[in-house]
Ligand binder design. Structure first.
Ligand SMILES: [Ca+2]
Length: 317
């Protein structure tokens, strides 16, 4: 696989903010057999852009992940931002409360992600793993059209494509025109849709062992437990889903997924996605099934490696 860049709407550390982007970053930090993570671009979605950047920087601090973090779009181009946080808290104007006592140490990049890609050698190629609204990805394609030849593939989490009771999915609902831009780009795209990620589940018992890993384990444990209790009080749900981590594991372990080629469409108002037709030659593929047990095993193993690596110096003191 080529160099990896991720585009995320991280929210670990924000009360009422989903933790799945953060768990995905931890999983990626625990990999050692690939070219590596070259950059993180942040988009507004789960939380506002400023909160998303703060959360991402803090997670990089915890994990010892020394990669540039680029603040991206604060809102879609054609509509106001509706955050996941406001939907969870039931209040469009609720404060995004930081639950940790520390703030991030490192600073975001001054250069935009778009400028950074533009300054790279034209031979620079990368894989883009996009697990927030598509605003940043569309921005990149519209402002820097030649970069479409630099993106070897996009893997994204979003949409609901198969099944009778389909609803608009959050990432697609936030910025449907941006999704349309990506659909039309011709870039090979693998989509991990909501109907698959809803099959995943992380329970409180699965994360108790994280408490063995010092500050990093404690922060991820507490943030994840806080999100699980939000889900329990709002939806009566036990545990939480692992939407974004499934996209990352699917990218690094394609052997655990099965995909089908489709011609996709999206309603530009509601963000509801649809399959116009199945087409084995389409560059757009949707995951239709996956090995859930293997997924969870790989995810927890990767996260454990990341926590162990990050907490090791502290343990030696
Ligand atoms: Ca996300």
């Amino acid at each position: 696989m080529s160099t990896l860049i991720i585009d995320v709407d991280t929210a670990l550390g924000i009360e009422g903010g989903d933790i799945d982007d953060a768990l995905m970053i931890a999983y990626l930090a625990g990999q050692s057999n690939w070219a590596g993570l070259a950059g993180i671009s942040v988009v507004a979605g789960n939380v506002s852009l400023s909160s998303g950047v703060k959360s991402t920087l803090y997670i990089c601090d915890l994990l010892g992940l020394d990669v540039p973090v680029f603040p991206g779009a604060a809102a879609p181009a054609d509509r106001p931002l509706k955050t996941g946080h406001s939907l969870v808290m039931g209040n469009a104007n609720s404060d995004e409360k930081w639950i940790f006592s520390h703030n991030p140490v490192r600073e975001p990049e001054i250069m935009s992600f778009c400028e950074w890609v533009g300054h790279r050698d034209p031979s620079f190629r990368f894989t883009l793993l996009a697990t927030g609204p598509m605003t940043n990805v569309a921005d990149l394609l519209l402002k820097n059209p030649s970069c479409k030849y630099q993106i070897e593939q996009i893997v994204s989490m979003g949409g609901w494509f198969f099944g009778e009771e389909r609803h608009p999915e959050f990432n697609m609902m936030v910025d449907p025109p941006a999704v349309s831009t990506v659909f039309q780009s011709g870039i090979p795209l693998t989509i991990v849709p909501l109907e698959m990620t809803l099959k995943t589940c992380l329970m409180p018992d699965d994360i108790v062992q994280w408490l063995n890993y010092g500050e990093v384990g404690q922060a991820f444990h507490d943030g994840t437990l806080s999100w699980m209790s939000q889900m329990k009080s709002i939806r009566g749900q036990e545990g939480c889903h692992l939407h974004d981590p499934l996209a990352a594991v699917a990218l690094l372990h394609p052997e655990i997924i099965e995909t089908v080629g489709i011609i996709p469409s999206i309603d530009l108002e509601t963000g509801k996605t649809d399959v116009l037709s199945e087409d084995p030659h389409s560059v757009v593929r949707v995951v239709r099934s996956f090995d859930n047990a293997k997924f969870q095993e790989l995810l927890l193993k990767g996260i454990g490696v990341a926590f162990e690596t990050a907490s090791r110096p502290a343990l030696l003191e």
